[in-house]
Write a protein that binds this ligand. Sequence first.
Ligand code: IPE
Ligand code: IPE
Ligand code: MG
Length: 239
Amino acid sequence: MGEVPAQSDAQEGGRDPNRARHVAIIMDGNGRWAKKRGLPRSVGHQRGVEAVRRLVRGLEPMGLDCLTLYAFSSENWKRSEDEVDDLMNLMRRFIKSDLPDFVANDVKLKIIGDWQALAPDIVEMLEDALAQTANGSKRLAVALNYGSQNEIARAAAKAAESGTIDTESITRYLDTYDLPPLDLIIRTSGEIRLSNFLLWQAAYAEMLFVDTLWPDFKPEHLAQALDDFARRERRYGGR
Ligand code: IPE
Ligand code: IPE
Ligand code: MG
């Protein structure tokens, strides 16, 4: 264990550095998936939801403590009203159809972002989903109406109110305060940017950009990403 960086030990309790505990995914490429097939974007989003379902169901053997999924950004409101409506309706349907599955599979749901600003009926559904999954052990965090800069600004404001503005206090007030440190960010669809996702948390996260479009993403792709992660050497600035 000589190569394990000291800071990693201090930060993460001396855990196995080759095992990813917390992976976050920027689920991108639904629109292009549909376009390639001459289908409307809404079909791409539907297939994207199926990819989420498939992944959550296939999660068990991966040994993750937390999976965080970027589902709707605070900038996604800029899309056409029709597309935003489609996405919100898909969200409603997904919660309704998959909540029993989450409960049965011991999932503990968490929502990050400014989700309380979503439509009141969605907020109510999410509150119910959070309550019903409160005793689960497998953490699934979903970023809804999420923007990292806004999250950091909100955390900094709370830190200021508490009288201490330092990295620990800001980290404590982020929406992710109770999630394990972020190990790996995966973005699908070949875009190489973070699009306002987990900017603070990504300070020392590994990143993987894959060309697969989100609707084509399978649990095997995640397993492959975890293998890739296991071979990386994280240094945290040390040697
Ligand atoms: C990701 O797919 C889904 C959301 C951002 C909600 P996109 O809709 O961004 O798909 P592309 O990038 O246009 O292919
Ligand atoms: C990021 O994808 C947001 C989600 C996947 C929910 P976008 O498609 O919105 O990002 P940009 O616009 O290409 O940066
Ligand atoms: Mg996109």
